[in-house]
Design a protein around this ligand. Structure first.
Ligand SMILES: O=C(O)[C@@H](CO)OP(=O)(O)O
Length: 250
């Protein structure tokens, strides 16, 4: 049995992570620290001997640039890459642009935690006339009305991530291709929930840190054997806790 490996990586810190604003489908780039995190992740993957045959990312700049840093780091900038809106961050509706701590001060930490981490809770929706509505963005012109979100819960995010996993990504991993996915906190939570069979209640406590490679190993039947982050466990736990704390009133 040859173990099949998949690497997931959340983009490095973005400009809006730095400003602590809800980002969703807003296309902000990496901050200087975020570029550095992605470069470090690439170096780490290289030092651990990782090589890739195929790469996936979203259509959002922060994830794409993270992927490019990683592929540079492993000295494989030539790896074919596929970008899909299905790997985008979950759409944060009318919260997009708001400061998370200020929102918590206004609505309470518990409400913000539900909006951020609840399974079926959708943040307040956008109107189609809102300039933040993805229907106004040419990169989404192939999407149907139903596919264009006004807001998304994690449950809805899973509904658009999973078909892509099943139809495109999983078959490559199953065929032995070494795949990397550079995506987002909540599109990766959607995938991890499925892969690890995490309950709707337990997923609320899962936070994925920026810029840390998360390795999954599968057997021949695509059953998960194990998963682990690369890097210092304490530092990674502290980064995940910092993500959780972003939604608290200071
Ligand atoms: O703002 C967002 O789009 C996401 C990821 O940065 O944030 P959160 O961790 O609050 O789900």
């Amino acid at each position: 049995m040859a173990v099949k490996k998949l690497v997931l990586i959340r983009h490095g810190e973005s400009e809006w992570n730095k400003e602590n604003r809800f980002c969703g489908w807003t296309d902000v780039d990496l901050s200087e620290k975020g570029h550095q995190e992605a470069i470090e992740a690439g170096k780490l993957l290289k030092s651990e001997g990782f090589k890739f045959d195929y790469a996936y990312t979203s259509v959002l700049t922060r994830a794409i640039h993270t992927l490019w840093h990683v592929l540079d780091g492993v000295e494989q900038p030539y790896v074919p890459e596929e970008k899909s809106w299905r790997l985008n961050e979950r759409h944060y509706g009318a919260l997009q642009g708001l400061n998370k701590a200020e929102t918590a001060a206004k609505y309470g930490d518990d409400q913000v935690k539900l909006w951020r981490r609840g399974f079926a809770i959708t943040p307040p929706a956008l109107e189609k006339s809102d300039e933040r509505y993805p229907g106004h963005d040419s990169r989404y012109k192939g999407l149907t009305d139903k596919e264009l979100p006004l807001t998304e819960s994690l449950a809805l995010t899973i509904e658009r991530v999973l078909p892509f996993w099943k139809e495109s990504i999983a078959p490559r991993v199953a065929a032995g291709e070494r795949v990397i996915i550079a995506a987002h906190g909540n599109s990766l939570r959607a995938l991890v929930k499925y892969l690890d069979n995490i309950s709707d209640d337990d997923i609320i406590e899962l936070n994925i840190p920026t810029g840390v490679p998360l390795v999954y190993e599968f057997d021949d039947n695509m059953k998960v054997i194990k998963h682990y982050y690369l890097g210092d466990a304490d530092a990674i736990a502290a980064k995940a806790a910092a993500v959780a704390n972003q939604g608290k009133a200071k």
